[in-house]
Design a protein around this ligand. Structure first.
Ligand code: ZN
Length: 184
């Protein structure tokens, strides 16, 4: 019953998306992401292959500016979007794990990456729904669902419901928001 499993997974994702959008009282502001609060969260660790506890990464805007390149800061901390087809991972299909370029949180396995032709790296699922957060984004005259890193709150990209099976979700992610840790 692969078809049913796919439908259920899609439903789960859509519920998560709806929950994320509803809980986003502080919807995305134009020109920057909200600061995180210091707390312990549970995320999936690909290295340990299980859920682990970790601290959220909280930094002042000035600290992020120093820690990141100008391009990374623009995307991760100012909700920027790199030009289509310009990102370094748009057409990379090497084996490995994509982590958050700001805090190193595990985000996407290369097995979940596919060629969507949209001009940005596309994934049909994250390593765990715990590792990302969904926020309703009403900037630029559109209503979209934004994806952020659950550990540091940095902007990664957006999600759309036109992805391939089994989830039918497309995580459209900026190359500048992620870093590929290649597997040997
Ligand atoms: Zn992060």
């Amino acid at each position: 019953m692969i078809g049913n499993a796919g439908t259920n997974m899609k439903k789960t994702f859509l519920i998560l998306l709806a929950a994320g959008a509803l809980s986003a009282c502080a919807a995305a502001r134009e020109g920057g992401v909200d600061p995180m609060t210091n707390k312990t969260i549970k995320v999936f660790s690909a290295k340990e292959n299980k859920m682990v506890e970790t601290q959220t990464v909280v930094k002042a805007d000035e600290e992020w500016k120093k820690a990141l390149s100008a391009e990374e800061y623009f995307i991760l901390r100012q909700q920027g979007t790199e030009r289509a087809f310009s990102g370094k991972y748009d057409h990379v299909f090497d084996k490995g794990l994509y982590v958050c370029a700001a805090c190193g949180n595990d985000l996407f396995a290369s097995d979940a990456k596919y060629d969507s032709g949209c001009g940005w790296p596309a994934f049909f699922k994250p390593v765990s729904s715990n590792n990302v957060v969904f926020i309703e984004d009403k900037t630029h005259g559109m209503v979209r669902t934004e994806v952020r890193c659950a550990r540091c709150g940095s902007h990664l990209g957006h999600v759309f419901d036109d992805g391939p099976p089994p989830t039918h979700i497309r995580f459209c992610i900026n190359s500048g928001a992620i870093e590929l840790k290649k597997s040997e």
